[in-house]
Design a protein around this ligand. Structure first.
Ligand SMILES: [Zn+2]
Length: 113
């Protein structure tokens, strides 16, 4: 849909006055529109990078606080330490089905380490 009027606007990128066909046109040319798009993409990349750094910092802090999290296999005593409860409570949760667990047995654990 085209309009029959023109309105004077000021470009958000270069600051030059230009004649626009709508009241929401923000850029005087394709070049300025492209400049804005590139600035938006740069801004988004920076935001993603900052978010990634924040997540990695949190993960590293968590690993420093609980080196147990780096293990592939958690023992009942590890889970008890993580949860701040007794091993008996962990065994109860395993028996209730609230914690999924496998009994690997002593020989298997020696073989794995
Ligand atoms: Zn412009």
């Amino acid at each position: 849909m085209s309009s029959n009027f023109t309105i004077t606007r000021i470009c958000h990128i270069c600051g030059n006055e230009f004649l626009a066909k709508t009241t929401v046109t923000m850029y005087c040319s394709q070049h300025c529109r492209k400049q804005n798009q590139m600035a938006q993409e740069r801004k988004a990349k920076l935001a993603r990078s900052e978010a990634e750094v924040k997540i990695l910092k949190e993960v590293n802090t968590t690993k420093q606080r609980a080196p147990i999290l780096n293990k592939d296999i958690l023992l009942v005593k590890d889970v008890a330490n993580l949860m701040g409860c007794s091993t008996k409570a962990v065994y109860n949760m395993i028996n209730d089905g609230r914690i999924k667990a496998s009994n690997l047995g002593e020989d298997r654990l020696k073989w794995l380490s």
